[in-house]
Design a protein around this ligand. Structure first.
Ligand code: FCB
Length: 453
C-alpha cells in the first residue's frame, strides 16, 4: 500500500530559528530575544539576531525547496513581527514578508503550512502575565484572525501551536532551559497549560470564522511516544497505557498526551488525570472546555525518540532498557519504531488523520573539501524512520504527510548553532547554503513517493 497518492512530502522550520532580521522593519522583541541576550542562557552566547537570514534569503531558500521537489513547507509566523505590541495595530511590513513568502512558495507549487505559535511570544505579552493572563486567549484569537484574513486565501493548512508540552516543560518549570525561563511550581505550570489550551481553542474559532471551508486546522504535539519491547498483546497494551498515563512511565507528570490532547479531542480530562492533580488543577468551566475542544482536522506529531516499554508482572508498563540503533549528535537515542507505534497508538486514541510535523536528527555535519556534506548518518536515520511510518500507513493509519525537521541548519534554542538538523547546510559566516547528501536523497524519496526507501 505505502504512502497515499496525495501524501505531502515537506520540510519544516520555525521563525525565530531561521529568520534573523530581529530588529528590522518594525518587528518587536519576543521572549526568545530577551532570553538569548541574557548571559549564560544559550550555548556560546548565540542569539537568533541573524540566524539563517531567511528574512532576506527567502527567495533563495524557496528555490532550494523547489530543487528538492518539496511539496509542502511548514513554517511559523513570528507573532511580534506582525504585532509588535502583541495586540492592536499590525505591522504592515511584517505582514508583507509572509505575503511574499507564501506567494513565492505558491509560484513554485509548494503548499504552505503555517504555524501560529512556535515559541516566540511577544515580550510585552509575557510582561503582562503571559499565558497566565486571563486576556491571553483573546489576544491569540485576534492574532489568529489577523493571519487568517491575510493569508487564508493562499494557505490551506494551519497549526495553532507547536509543542505545548515543551513550552511548559522547558519554559515554565524549574528544570527548564528555554524562554521565558519561568520557574513555576506545578500549579503555576498547569495555569500556563490552561492559557495555552484556551488560546488554541480561540485560535481555532478565529481561523474557522475567516478561512475557506476547505482549510485544514490542527496543532503540532510532541510528548510521550513509546514502542513495545515485543509484539505480544501484553507489551502492546502496556505501551498504550504508558503513553497516556499520568504520571507517565518515565515518572514525569507533565508530559503525557492525556494532559494536552484529551481536552482538545475529548473535551475533558480522564478521571485518572483529575484525581492525580486534584486541587492543583485550575478549574476549567464547561464553556471553557467547549472552546478548548473545537473540532480540528488533523493531529500533527513531532516525533524524534521514544522509550521501550514492556508489561511488568502485574501488566503495568515498565520502561525497558533501550537498544538504540545509535545516538544523534544531540545524544538522542535513535528509535525508529516510534514512528510506527507512536503514530498508530496516537491515531487509535484520537481518531484523527496524522501529519508528521517534525522528525529528523542533528548530526556532526561538516562541509568537505569537495564542497559537499556527506551526512550518511542522516540518510540512515531517515530511511529507518520513514520505513516505520510507511508501516503505519500500510496498517491503514491515515498519514497525511511528513515534514522533515529541518529544511536547514538553524538556531537550536538553548543549544544555539551547535546542533545541525538541516537538509541544507548553513555557513553562518557567509550565509552560504549547501544541499547535504541527505537533501539529494530526500529528493529521490519524494519523487518516488517513498518507493526509494
Ligand atoms: C522540536 C522543536 C523544533 C526543533 C526540534 C529539534 O522540539 O519544535 O523547533 O528545536 O525540536
Amino acid at each position: 500500500m505505502g504512502f497515499s497518492k496525495d501524501f505531502l512530502w515537506g520540510a519544516a522550520t520555525a521563525a525565530y530559528q531561521i529568520e534573523g532580521a530581529a530588529n528590522e522593519d518594525g518587528r518587536g522583541p519576543s521572549i526568545w530575544d530577551t532570553f538569548s541576550h541574557t548571559s549564560g542562557k544559550i550555548k556560546n552566547g548565540d542569539t537568533g539576531d541573524v540566524a539563517c537570514d531567511h528574512y532576506h534569503c527567502y527567495k533563495e531558500d524557496v528555490a532550494l525547496m523547489a530543487e528538492l521537489g518539496l511539496q509542502a513547507y511548514r513554517f511559523s509566523i513570528s507573532w511580534p513581527r506582525v504585532l509588535p505590541e502583541g495586540t492592536g495595530s499590525p505591522n504592515e511590513k511584517g505582514l508583507d514578508f509572509y505575503d511574499r513568502l507564501v506567494d513565492e512558495l505558491l509560484a513554485k507549487n509548494i503548499q504552505p503550512c503555517a504555524t501560529l505559535f512556535h515559541w516566540d511570544l511577544p515580550q510585552v505579552l509575557h510582561d503582562k502575565g503571559g499565558w497566565r493572563n486571563p486576556d491571553i486567549a483573546g489576544h491569540f484569537g485576534a492574532y489568529a484572525e489577523l493571519m487568517g484574513r491575510r493569508l487564508g486565501d493562499r494557505v490551506p493548512c494551519w497549526m495553532t501551536f507547536n509543542e505545548m508540552c515543551v513550552v511548559i516543560n522547558c519554559g515554565h518549570v524549574p528544570s527548564g532551559n528555554h524562554a521565558p525561563g519561568e520557574k513555576l511550581d506545578r500549579t503555576g505550570a498547569l495555569e500556563v497549560l490552561k492559557g495555552l489550551l484556551l488560546s488554541h481553542g480561540r485560535g481555532v474559532q478565529a481561523l474557522r470564522a475567516v478561512l475557506p471551508k476547505t482549510a485544514q486546522i490542527g496543532l503540532a504535539h510532541c510528548g510521550v511516544v513509546n514502542f513495545p519491547t515485543s509484539d505480544s498483546a501484553e507489551d502492546i497494551e502496556a505501551t498504550r497505557k504508558s503513553m497516556f498515563a499520568v504520571p507517565d512511565d518515565g515518572g514525569s507528570d507533565l508530559h503525557s498526551a492525556a494532559l494536552y490532547l484529551d481536552p482538545v479531542f475529548f473535551g475533558k480530562y480522564t478521571e485518572e488525570t483529575l484525581q492525580y492533580f486534584g486541587t492543583g488543577m485550575p478549574p476549567v468551566s464547561a464553556a471553557e472546555m467547549e472552546t478548548i475542544s473545537q473540532p480540528i482536522d488533523f493531529l500533527g506529531l513531532n516525533v524524534y525518540r521514544g522509550r521501550c516499554v514492556g508489561a511488568g508482572a502485574n501488566g503495568e508498563p515498565e520502561t525497558r532498557p533501550l537498544e538504540p540503533a545509535g545516538y544523534t549528535h544531540f545524544n538522542w537515542p535513535i528509535t525508529p519504531d516510534v514512528l510506527y507505534w507512536g503514530v498508530k497508538l496516537m491515531h487509535e486514541r484520537y481518531g484523527k488523520p496524522i501529519m508528521i510535523t517534525e522528525n529528523g536528527m542533528s548530526n556532526d555535519d561538516t562541509l568537505n573539501a569537495d564542497g559537499k556534506v556527506h551526512d550518511v548518518e542522516r540518510i540512515e536515520f531517515l530511511t529507518s524512520y520513514l520505513r516505520a511510518l510507511r508501516r503505519a500507513a500500510d496498517d491503514g493509519v491515515p498519514v497525511l504527510g511528513y515534514m522533515q525537521w529541518s529544511l536547514m541548519d538553524n538556531f537550536e534554542w538553548a543549544e544555539g548553532y551547535s546542533q545541525r538538523f538541516g537538509l541544507i547546510h548553513i555557513d553562518y559566516e557567509t550565509q552560504q547554503r549547501t544541499l547535504k547528501d541527505s537533501a539529494l536523497w530526500y529528493r529521490d524519496v519524494i519523487e518516488s513517493n517513498g518507493d526509494h526507501l
